[in-house]
Design a protein around this ligand. Structure first.
Ligand code: SAH
Length: 349
């Protein structure tokens, strides 16, 4: 298997160029091609001998498009294939205020949340930083005419903090002035909640927007829908969020899927109030997107908004998220699961 060039940062690329006997400045030229998602044939300002040497050990593109589905609201769900034939999904979301890309960071997911299609077949492997970045670079090139990409959300398949090193490297690459130069504030990392990794992210200087997929404020309830809750308590997660806020100054986001009759009652309002007291946060309420093989349902729209009002009445900041692209095979992992070529990975025991 060859290494994708997009796995390299500027320093690594400089070393690579020098090791192949070329001048340092070639690294900048190379980086420009990588960021433009060019193929080797488009590296026209580089010597042919150098390109031949590159081709021996490296590949120009880490993903190729397998298929795409476009929603009526302009959202596009892409299914990509990696060099070794794994399938991953990314979503392009156009907004009046800029365009976002939602990326996957693992092939499958090992977290086993019951409502989530991405983890239905377990995890196969982590994606490299370059494989995560390629999803953005491909879409940025594809949608160039629409003004490029302004925002990244790590909310596709996989758990970013369980693939910590590659996630951090991806954030640095996409944030780099030599890369797409997307500001930390415009990069969101969503996690099911791994407390020590949350704190490490803050210490490592990645001051991106952090979203915690809480979904229930009581441990027993959370354990019913999220396997990770067996390991970490809600209290330990909120403590980690406080540390994150103290170190980065960034307001955190609480993701809260609304499941009819399960986590949208008055006692849930009270539990959220008690748990989130004094934490600088905003709650994103997401009506559950029904997935194949899961019989939980979202509450009626009116009930979702009433729940939101109740949260506000106890002093919490909350909104109901407008769902985009729900007619392009819904929530994470569903397009892949519905693709005939999709291989069953490893069943969760
Ligand atoms: N592992 C990370 C990121 C991937 S999931 C995390 O857990 O945050 C991204 C978001 O989509 C999470 O908030 C997740 O809980 C949510 N999600 C997954 N399946 C969903 C569904 N069926 N309906 C609504 N949201 C869902």
């Amino acid at each position: 298997m060859k290494t994708p060039l997009c796995d390299f940062d500027m320093d690594e690329l400089t070393t690579l160029v020098e090791n192949l006997g070329e001048q340092k400045y070639r690294a900048k030229q190379l980086m420009r091609h990588i960021v433009a998602f060019d193929c080797f044939d488009e590296y026209t300002d580089l010597p042919k001998t150098f390109i031949s040497k590159l081709k021996e050990s490296y590949i120009d593109r880490a993903v190729t498009e397998k298929t795409r589905v476009t929603a009526s609201d302009g959202a596009i769900r892409y299914l990509f294939e990696t060099q070794c034939g794994d399938l991953i999904e990314s979503v392009y979301l156009p907004h009046d205020y800029g365009n976002s890309v939602c990326v996957s960071c693992q092939v499958g997911c090992g977290m086993g949340c019951v409502f989530c299609a991405s983890g239905r077949y377990g995890i196969k492997r982590n994606l490299s930083a370059g494989e995560i970045l390629s999803q953005v670079l491909y879409i940025a090139r594809d949608k160039k005419a629409c003004g490029g990409i302004n925002k990244i959300v790590m909310m596709g398949s996989g758990e970013p903090l369980a693939n910590y090193d590659n996630t951090l490297k991806f954030i640095r690459l996409v944030n780099s002035p030599n890369g797409l130069n997307i500001g930390m504030r415009s990069i969101s990392v969503s996690t099911c909640g791994l407390p020590s990794a949350i704190e490490k992210l803050a210490s490592d200087g990645a001051s991106c927007t952090l979203s915690l997929s809480l979904h229930a404020a009581q441990d027993e309830k959370r354990k019913c829908i999220m396997r990770v809750a067996e390991k970490y308590t809600v209290e330990s997660l909120i403590d980690a969020l406080r540390t994150y806020f103290d170190k980065t100054g960034r307001r955190v986001v609480i993701e809260y899927i609304l499941i009819d009759g399960f986590n949208d009652t008055d006692s849930d309002v009270q539990a959220l109030k008690d748990r989130l007291k004094g934490l600088c946060c905003h709650i994103n309420l997401i009506p559950l997107n029904p997935t194949d093989g899961c019989d939980m349902k979202p509450p009626p729209r009116k009930k979702a908004y009433a729940f939101c009002e109740k949260l506000k009445s106890v002093g919490l900041s909350a909104t109901v998220r407008r769902s985009m692209g729900s007619d392009v095979a819904g929530a994470c992992g569903q397009l892949k699961n519905r693709t005939a070529e999709s291989k069953i990975i490893k069943k969760i025991p």
